[in-house]
Write a protein that binds this ligand. Structure first.
Ligand SMILES: [Zn+2]
Length: 120
């Protein structure tokens, strides 16, 4: 793709980190995303739960990060499964979890950042 073409797409409002296809596979607990630039990502849902962007989870992660001693949690995150999800506007995905948590709204830019950080 030429630089000119890329710029033109940006001007028209087509973001390369915009998904063209989203597939939430609850059986395999994986989110498959095809991006506008052709990249295909597979995001494990337990990883997305650990990166939950809601205020409650962010505060929890920050407090854990500040603590010098490892905190043993009674309920490991691995046992929590995604039970559903839906699009929020045209910019984000909201996920629902088996423990009732559903305030995490994953905007596509965050999903793309997480996808790019995944090992291939
Ligand atoms: Zn959360």
């Amino acid at each position: 793709m030429t630089v000119w073409g890329f710029r033109r797409k940006r001007i028209l409002g087509i973001d390369p980190s915009q998904p063209t296809d989203l597939d939430l596979d609850l059986r395999e607990q994986v989110l498959k995303i095809t991006w506008a630039d052709g990249v295909v990502s597979r995001l494990p849902l337990p990883m997305l739960r650990k990166e939950c962007p809601c205020a409650t989870c962010r505060t929890e992660r920050e407090e854990r990060g500040r603590s010098l001693l490892p905190i043993l949690k009674a309920a490991p995150a691995e046992t929590i499964e995604a039970t559903g999800g839906h699009l929020v506007g045209n910019y984000a995905l909201q996920l629902e979890w088996s423990d009732g948590h559903n305030t995490g709204i994953y905007d596509f830019r965050l999903l793309r950042t997480l996808a790019d950080a995944q090992p291939p």
